[in-house]
Design a protein around this ligand. Sequence first.
Ligand SMILES: [Zn+2]
Length: 183
Amino acid sequence: MTTTHPGHPILLFLNTVGDDGKQRRENSFADPGALHRLLVDAGLAIADHPVPDRGQMQSLLILREAAYAVLSAIAASRTPDREEALMLETTIKAAVQDASLLFKPGRLGVSAGPLGGIHDRLALSLFDLLRADDLSRLRECARCTHLFIDHGRGPGRRWCAMTRCGNRAKAEAFRRRKRDNRA
Ligand SMILES: [Zn+2]
């Protein structure tokens, strides 16, 4: 697990893949119980929510991958694919339908209704990020598929975290240069 916070809670969920490259084939959590703990820690689920069963895990992972596809496109200033964008639209609308609106100064709060499960909370957190000013600072790691909000000034951050990808990418570049020099 990386210690660098990606900048928005929903990104902690989208970044639950362990792959070094761009495949997104491995989950970073061992089992549904571990994912549940991660979501509770991130404020995306409450301890009272039951640990997702097989069917729920499947729909959570479908949501994760559709959200990744859309946000990855946004981070790269591309138009997201229609299929994934439509899936997110449907999911977010359904969650908002059951949500409570909190009218307060500065910003409208949208929180899951009393019967809303983990899936709804994830959809609403995603909705929050998609409407945030920070969305323009969304970036994808140059090495893996982890997404993060870049709050830095200057040329911008390339890696999800130095410990996860930055140091390894630098070591690879160093080895490549050495090899090229010999050639
Ligand atoms: Zn990375």
